[in-house]
Design a protein around this ligand. Sequence first.
Ligand SMILES: Nc1ncnc2c1ncn2[C@@H]1O[C@H](COP(=O)(O)OP(=O)(O)OP(=O)(O)O)[C@@H](O)[C@H]1O
Ligand SMILES: [Mg+2]
Length: 208
Amino acid sequence: MKENIIIEVEGLVKHYGEVKALDDISFSVKEGEIFGLLGPNGAGKTTLMEILCGLRKFDKGKVTVQGFDLVSDSYKIRSLIGFCPQETLFYDLLSVRENFAFSASLYSLDSKKFRERIEFLSKFLGIGELMNRKAQQLSGGMKRHANLATSIVHNPPIVILDEPAVGFDPNVKREFWELIKNLKGYGKRCFFPLMTCMKLTKSAMKLQ
Ligand SMILES: Nc1ncnc2c1ncn2[C@@H]1O[C@H](COP(=O)(O)OP(=O)(O)OP(=O)(O)O)[C@@H](O)[C@H]1O
Ligand SMILES: [Mg+2]
């Protein structure tokens, strides 16, 4: 692993049939960095993130995560990453707690670890009072908070967030960015598209 580099992407190319979604993308993310991607709708942000999470194949290039090759070590990499997708993925008829329990079961967390994580996340995200509510009763903003919690239930060192603050009002947005900075305090490296306002070219933008 190159010094301090946690994610390295070199010459990444991805086509969907005739559509070139990613055209020779290269960048690296260092340890402890919060890294934002900027690009208009359709620029390829979600595609890039899904590739990083091992959810999508790519045509050309090389990706390493914490020194592991995305193709040959994909199983190992999945446990290092928490992915908060653009669409909230909740079972509406289950409570927030039950949705978390389902996610935790996918990562084989034992029940003691699960209870500890739930305790921590509900305090950290300030969603304690939502835990027993059915997902269908949450507002869009509440769902986004709970969606973030679901993606970090297994305590991954790297968190990838796809447009995590869409639908928040300005105050909640500010609080949410504070939360992301706090996550960094817990040793997480965050990677997310910040907003959709600039063209994603061959490079991305570092926030700090
Ligand atoms: N499953 C798919 N099959 C075919 N084409 C796709 C698929 N997913 C994305 N695309 C195309 O790839 C390009 C990049 O899409 P992507 O969703 O990665 O962009 P994005 O930057 O996340 O956009 P947005 O800001 O709207 O979320 C677009 O032209 C889109 O139509
Ligand atoms: Mg997208």
